[in-house]
Design a protein around this ligand. Structure first.
Ligand code: SAM
Ligand code: FES
Length: 339
């Protein structure tokens, strides 16, 4: 039976030389196999709007990027993406977008309940940023099952370096705890190698995650976007991201941890390596090909030219090559405790 690692052990790993990490990946993989076997869950990602009222300094769809071509999918477009996804075997749809004020509670609740009516055996995950507790409650009542909201960094000072004054870590945390109390399965996480990030910041992230105990933990390398105030910073690295995927698996054996598109963007085999380091979820893109390239969070984002079916079969092949098996069920978290 595995034993979770403590924050002190994680801290030691973080301060050690990166060259010994192969053993760490293998250790994380053993724990992942103990809880989830070789299963990799797939989630169909629908990037339904790139309008955003926020101005996060790192993000390519921030409101001040006047070079971005904006789009939003109609309710019908979204249902069509889900229909195609369903026929390809997807049983979770993730609606992700910028903080687009067009999507009021009424409109978004209609989309969520429409999806649940059409695909009652599927989970609906939302990833639409910070909203009021009432809004989260209404969306949950409409049928939303899960919510992804990365905390981005758990250190106040660091948070304020990544975001304009109008945004606050306190509100981000408030959202996450509201979501949990309402009954969502909650996902959080952070970017690896974001500007000004220190090892101490990462330790704060791990501590915060231990407090929140999310069901899903999403991390990926920060990747530069030329039309942001952070255009001169360096992107995060593959090795640091893999190290953190393994640490997360060892600290949170039950967690659903995606091998992210950002990881696949910084290295051609990034997603395969992420799986081997402890990740157990992949998220092929179901958005219409015509808008894919416009959801331009960072430089050279992959999967912008492929149809949903191509994207799924490409990932299926990658997962198999890495030594795992895609499962098409709803893929809920396995919560049983270790010790
Ligand atoms: N608006 C929603 C939110 O704030 O949670 C969802 C969309 S937001 C674009 C999704 C995630 O993209 C963010 O949580 C952030 O971690 C990630 N992201 C944004 N810009 C990025 C960049 N330059 N490199 C890597 N990840 C980035
Ligand atoms: Fe999308 Fe390979 S996963 S094209």
């Amino acid at each position: 039976m595995y034993k979770k690692i403590t924050i002190e052990e994680a801290e030691q790993i973080l301060k050690s030389d990166l060259s010994g990490d192969q053993k760490l990946y293998e250790r994380a993989d053993r724990v992942r196999r103990e809880v989830y076997g070789d299963a990799v869950y797939i989630r169909g990602l629908i990037e339904f709007t790139n309008y955003c009222k926020n101005d996060c300094y790192y993000c390519g769809i921030r409101k001040s990027n006047s070079c971005a071509t904006r789009y939003r999918l109609s309710e019908n477009d979204i249902f069509e993406c889900a229909k195609e996804g369903y026929s390809l075997g997807f049983r979770t749809f993730v609606l992700q977008g910028g903080e687009d004020v067009y999507f009021t509670d009424k409109i978004l609740c209609g989309i969520v309940s429409g999806l649940k009516e059409r695909f009652p055996d599927c989970a609906v995950t939302l990833s639409v940023g910070e909203r009021s507790r009432e809004s989260y409650k209404a969306l949950h009542d409409a049928g939303a099952d899960r919510y992804l909201l990365r905390h981005e960094t758990a250190d106040k000072e660091h948070y304020n370096k990544l975001h304009p004054d109008i945004m606050s870590l306190d509100n981000r945390k408030r959202c996450l705890f509201d979501l949990k109390e309402i009954g969502y399965q909650v996902g959080s996480g952070f970017m690896v190698g974001s500007p000004y990030q220190t090892t101490d910041n990462i330790i704060s992230d791990l501590k915060f995650l231990s407090e929140l105990e999310p069901d899903m933990i999403g991390i990926g390398p920060y990747i530069v976007h030329d039309k942001t105030p952070f255009k001169d910073f360096k992107s995060g690295t593959l090795l640091m991201t893999l190290r953190l995927v393994s640490i997360l698996r060892l600290m949170f054996p039950y967690a659903l941890i995606p091998s992210t598109t950002a990881l696949g963007t910084i290295h051609p085999e990034g997603r395969e390596l992420g799986l081997k380091a402890g990740a157990n979820v992949v998220m092929p893109n179901l958005s219409p090909v015509g808008v894919r390239g416009l959801y331009d969070l960072y430089k050279d984002k992959i999967c912008t030219g492929e149809e949903a079916a191509q994207c799924k079969s490409c990932l299926q092949m990658r997962v198999k090559r890495a030594g795992y098996t895609i499962v098409t069920d709803i893929g809920n978290v396995k919560r049983e405790k270790s010790e």
